[in-house]
Write a protein that binds this ligand. Structure first.
Ligand code: SAM
Length: 253
């Protein structure tokens, strides 16, 4: 029934009758308001975009447990001789990445950082481990975080709007310059020899200036075929199909 109504509202949106087009717009707005009121996750995504527009990258907060098993395994294998590694999950959403990393590296401290306060509340409620912490990206504790052994930036440096294959230029205020600036600030937190994991991004890590100080990690599954828009240093669309490394090691000093 609901599907049939949705299909009808969709059909009205392209109707030659202006009254039906107006009705379609009105129903869509009502649906948006309903979701905003009833769904706290959607509300948090919209409010975060509103209040942190300039520094908000991916608005969607979807995550899942053990989402990147090859990358978590590679991280655990490279850090197996590091006594008490500290790992950052930047854009941790509702914490699944941080909790998964803690299972792969039981001796590590995991720090999840996000810009969405609702997400951080979910993380804190779920967390029972003293080895996992969650911080807001504007908190003083995050600002002073340094000397990290690994950083994960998964599905954070992207805008859903850029999934539209017809977009010739990266959307709005999330530009390559912003991306490069953010990568540089994360690089400053990573110790020499540390590991940098990045994927599902609108831009290429290897196009940034700091990438000159990194080498791709050598493991099966590091190169991955992507079928999504990729934007260049000038924010213009480069391609919609490419292979790219996802894990890098920072050169030792
Ligand atoms: C799609 S989720 C990714 C979750 C997890 N990393 C994964 O791959 O499953 C993207 C997350 O990035 C967060 N995010 C967006 N902009 C951010 C920023 N400037 N600083 C920290 N987190 C940010 C969003 O709030 C959201 O929770």
């Amino acid at each position: 029934m609901e599907q049939a109504l949705k299909a009808r509202i969709q059909a009205w949106s392209t109707s030659p009758n202006p009254l039906l087009r107006a009705l379609s717009r009105a129903f869509r707005s009502l649906g948006y308001v309903r979701r905003f009121i009833l769904n706290s996750r959607i509300r948090s995504e919209q409010l975060t975009r509103l209040f942190h527009c300039a520094s908000h990258y991916q608005g969607a907060t979807y995550s899942e447990p053990d989402r990147y098993p090859e990358l978590f395994t590679a991280c655990a294998s490279h850090l197996k001789n590091t006594p008490d590694p500290i790992i950052l999950s930047f854009g941790c959403a509702t914490g699944e990445e941080a909790f998964s990393l803690a299972e792969y590296l039981p001796n590590a401290t995991i720090i999840g950082v996000d810009i969405n306060s609702w997400c951080l509340r979910q993380c804190i409620q779920k967390n029972c481990s003293p080895c996992i912490q969650f911080l807001h990206n504007s908190s003083p504790n995050y600002a002073t975080l340094a000397n990290l052994d690994a950083i994960f930036c998964m599905a954070v440096f992207q805008r859903s709007e850029n999934r539209n294959h017809t977009a010739a230029v990266a959307h709005g205020n999330f530009t390559f310059a912003r991306f490069e600036q953010q990568i540089a600030s994360l690089d400053a937190k990573l110790k020499p020899g540390g590991l940098f994991f990045i994927d599902h991004s609108d831009f290429r890590f290897e196009d940034t200036a700091v990438a000159a100080h990194y080498t791709p990690l050598d493991f099966e599954g590091n190169q991955f075929l992507h079928q999504r828009p990729l934007f260049g240093r000038n924010n213009a669309l480069v391609t919609t199909q490419y292979t790219m490394h996802r894990a890098f090691q920072k050169h030792s000093a």
